[in-house]
Design a protein around this ligand. Sequence first.
Ligand code: AMP
Ligand code: MG
Length: 438
Amino acid sequence: MNGTTDQTRHQDRVWSVAEHLDDVLSKIGPLDPIELQLLDAQGCVLVEDIKVPVALPPFDNSSMDGYAVRAADVAGATESTPAVLTVIGDIAAGSGELPGTGPGQAVRIMTGAPVPPGADAVVPVEWTDGGTGQGPAATMRAHSAAPQDAGGEVRVHRPAAAGAHIRARGSDVTEGEPALRAGTVLGPSQIGLLAAIGRGTVRVHPRPRVVVLSTGSELVQPGEALGPGQIHDSNSFQLTAAARAAGAIAYRVGAVVDDAETLRSTLEDQLIRADILVTSGGVSVGAYDVVKETLAALSAEEGTVEFRRLAMQPGKPQGFGLIGPDRIPLLALPGNPVSSYVSFELFVRPAIRALMGLPEVHRPTTPAKCTEAVASSPKGKRQFLRGSYDAEAGTVTPVGGAGSHLIKAMAHANALIIVPEDTTEVPAGAEVDIVLLG
Ligand code: AMP
Ligand code: MG
């Protein structure tokens, strides 16, 4: 795809939003799986089916603090005629020594502790005198009491059926059962399950490393004073934050001046740590649009980046290609802050999520009633206006107008209002589709 003919053709043609997105996604697949520690795998997609190696719970255990007993011994117990049992020992959670429980005997047991052989029910401490031989007032003390002397007695005031307050071995999952399927996104509960079945590491598609680079000789780092004609570099911060929010590991490279050699060498340096590169600025037709000038002219060996016009507002000029020996995807976004952010949401975020192998790469959309009229949306272009969505009312209100320099309005929006290509006006109260920015 090099040579002037191709390039000229791409410049002439206007791409729809969907065509550009399809092109990006068609060239991006999930990253090669790696083995990660459980917590490093949070939010990642599992690439292996996980079987349960050992049943959960791994042994019958008590669900209450109380006494392990033989159900037959407490069958007739009442408040006035309690069953009186001999306490022969004490089992804490984690205990490996289990006294056998014979007729007329009880073992004090804590939540999660293994049920001793011979016992087939647990009587909660609240149903007993707490082993003090006294009334219910003493029960409170039993909770925090030190291990009880064997040979004491406990009075049980209520019967317990066989199996009562016992969590049976395998009642959660049985050995060999599938725990999680490949393709599962690992959230807190899935990570909890993996830990419970003893997995320390899992194979997943890793989070992509996104390198964000802004261009513009007018850009100054926030925190530094502005000279004449200078502005603060906001794009690289916004895009880095957006990349993180999308699930990526993001690296922000400071703003690069509008100089071809500097851009070239910076990109070369960054390729080593990038699974995807995102640039902002320098992609239109101005005299210093150095991203476009530099990347459109790469040698076949260096890669190919195409610059195109999209039927979209904001975000008309876009660049996309694969560069470097490993053919790393690069998306060159326009420099206006709203344009770069909208472009990120529409194209880069799905690309990041495709690299992660996530099943759903797009933001959710929903219909909403537009509270205000939108006048003069450009014909033939898909317009994305910033909006404030009220989920309860099902309404969206445009914020800040169409200007792609309106950074404050963007910060007060939680949705993008889509005005389709063939729509030039939206009357107040009309239904529109919106992208929920979350
Ligand atoms: P460009 O696409 O490079 O011509 O930039 C278009 C507009 O966006 C210009 O007004 C730039 O000053 C502005 N701009 C470009 N990059 C950034 C940035 N990183 N942060 C804030 N504004 C920017
Ligand atoms: Mg620029």
